[in-house]
Design a protein around this ligand. Sequence first.
Ligand SMILES: NC(=O)c1ccc[n+]([C@@H]2O[C@H](COP(=O)([O-])OP(=O)(O)OC[C@H]3O[C@@H](n4cnc5c(N)ncnc54)[C@H](O)[C@@H]3O)[C@@H](O)[C@H]2O)c1
Length: 394
Amino acid sequence: MMWRRLLRTESAFSSRAPIALAAAIPVALIARDRASPATSQCEAGYKLTVPPVKRGQRAFTHAGDEKPVFSRVLVTGGAGFLGSNLCRRLLAEGHEVMCLDNFLTSQRSNISDMIGHPRFELIRHDVTENFYCECDYIFNMACPASPPQYQFNPIKTTKISFFGTLHMCGLAKRVKARILQASTGEVYGDPLVHPQPESYWGNVNPIGIRACGNEGKRVAETLCFDYVRSNKVDVRVARIFNTYGPGMHPYDGRVVSNFILQAIEGKDITIYGDGSQTRSFCFVDDMIEGLLQFMDQEKTVGPINLGNPREFSVKELAEIVIEACGSSSKIRFEPLPSDDPTQRNPDITQAKEVMGWEPKTTLKEGIEKTVHYMRQLDLRKYKNPTPDKSLAGW
Ligand SMILES: NC(=O)c1ccc[n+]([C@@H]2O[C@H](COP(=O)([O-])OP(=O)(O)OC[C@H]3O[C@@H](n4cnc5c(N)ncnc54)[C@H](O)[C@@H]3O)[C@@H](O)[C@H]2O)c1
């Protein structure tokens, strides 16, 4: 297979700079068939469906190779927010999708529209245990992402980051698959450099309450790069920044879902701190496009920042949400939890240069779509995976 030759060329590796890959081998993985769309609605009632495959539509493509093929893609954490959106997009582009999840922070209803699709397979498995399958690409997304969820069982979180990445890199090595590791902007900790370029090594408290998330992802990156250096595994490391949109678990404890739920219910919107801390918010469709493009390029293994470089204060976000919901909610301020970064936003110069990628959706548009999604959820069908509400949501 073409893609199996990627990265078998000598890698011009430098630990400080992004890795330039010499491979100029075309990869053409073109959507092969016109599958019937999955028509079932997710239990929550919001219609998240797999659109039909468009003839000629491509994923992981390279201009010039017209041979229609598909790929077997393993998505760990495939039932989660990003994973489920990725699975839908991969199905829509004609691929066979293996969605592996243990439902630690998600539930089956999030992917019910895909269950029964002829090219979709659901595997209940914990990535801290070994897993074997034949696949061409791996998106290693499995890990609780929101701070309340990754802090809920911090030892488990570190285990997932370490063993999950170890097992998936091992699998990639064994079957010669390309693996994309979902890292995070949290690897920069409470950064002293703004915006954060990939060359910045971060400012992380290794013993704080966020360390299980931050340091977990940092050691996962270490593993990935050691697999590149030692075994020439075909790795891509994406540092994902705050992403939001349809498919989010309503009780994920993230700032966007917290604010929208509070505004829809007409409750006070809780801001931890004075609301001046800034975040970047990337709409999910933009992020999925970025992840696919990054997986599909040969110039760098990363790490590469993916996120929206436009900064908003948390107070501004609350105001946009209140407006989008047409809500009369007031803003209430609560003490800031420890280790909460005051500012974080990505320098996406590299993503622009390598892939020509940048987010297109404005925060207002994205929030309106997310409010639309959230309004249609039947909350009785959602279970809060981490019921401790004392932790702040971002
Ligand atoms: N969404 C964001 O803003 C964001 C930002 C930075 C990084 N990321 C990273 O992207 C990935 C996906 O994030 P998300 O927002 O979809 O989170 P999510 O919590 O919605 O999804 C994570 C999925 O992984 C599954 N999972 C957790 N532990 C597992 C295990 N041991 N075995 C198998 N499955 C397991 C969960 O059940 C869930 O379905 C994560 O690795 C996260 O760290 C996300």
